[in-house]
Design a protein around this ligand. Sequence first.
Ligand SMILES: [Zn+2]
Ligand SMILES: [Zn+2]
Length: 348
Amino acid sequence: MSEMLAARLYEPGKPLRVESVAVPTPDEGEVLIKVAACGLCGTDIHLAVDGDIPVEHTPITLGHESAGTIVELGQNVKGFAVGDRVALFPSANCGECRFCQEGRESLCDRSKVYGMARNGGLAGFITAPAHSLIAIPDSIPFDIAAIVTDGVSTPFHALRGRGKLQAGESVAVVGCGGLGTHAIMIAKMMGAGPIVAVDVQTEALERALSLGADIAINPTQDDVSKTIRKELGIRGVDLSLEFVGSAKTVDVALRALNKTGRAVLVGVGMDTPTLPPLIRFVGMEQSVLGSFGMNKADIEDLFSYVDKGELDLSKSVSAKFPLAEINEALHTLASKDVGVVRVVVEPS
Ligand SMILES: [Zn+2]
Ligand SMILES: [Zn+2]
């Protein structure tokens, strides 16, 4: 076991190269993991296809949604053993900075995101610091565990951590792709309602309704805030989430709010959104919040919900590919086919 296959990015816009590289050696405090599943997400399209998010160095092995089995321990690893099934926090966080100490690992000052700053999980093996691992309950298969680490935990963090969602509150989800779809499922699980789905694609809206949304609005056809008032008899929602990352959709999320409403922005990009007129925004005591990634505790808690059967993710993985077909997998995700919730690659 000295060589492994890895899907490596040399240049954005060009296919990833699946090539043989040396199996990495775990440093002190790290473990070596045999990767069983690695999810793809929109960020991978930005990195590999569009090139609008830069990586720290090339070539680099992509993949930041990984799960697998520990096969080797570095020095001074406590709490894990060879044979343990684990999921990786999407970045190798330092474990020592103020944010790591507070359990806000996505804000780590010395964060090394897999597939951007450090070799990722689209490979036979990956090394990771033991403090960034999460044990996977026996009942959860590797592909589901992998997507929980980002695709499911990112909307959960936005709803619970940043949005402070309470049971009985109304929610609007703007953008019902992979993250938005899970936001609707989790909002439902947390007892929210009514839940409003907003998307420009009919199929995405139909899926949202089938997963628990109460009404679905296409903003190119109907005014979102007027439709909420008319259909639901409320002046706006308590919490809106934005997953697209454009000024236009942020505006939709802000205008959907009731008095004291919170808008949580998850989608990233270079757009500069504007606030509603201050007489409205201030006069209604509204808030707008950013939400970046997740805390490690979000992943742990989601594993517990899935393990107990409170959250059903059995339909969340739309397609699986072997590592050799990584470019087809990326193409499937990049095609923005609305049937695709999450794509997973299985390196072994
Ligand atoms: Zn991601
Ligand atoms: Zn840190």
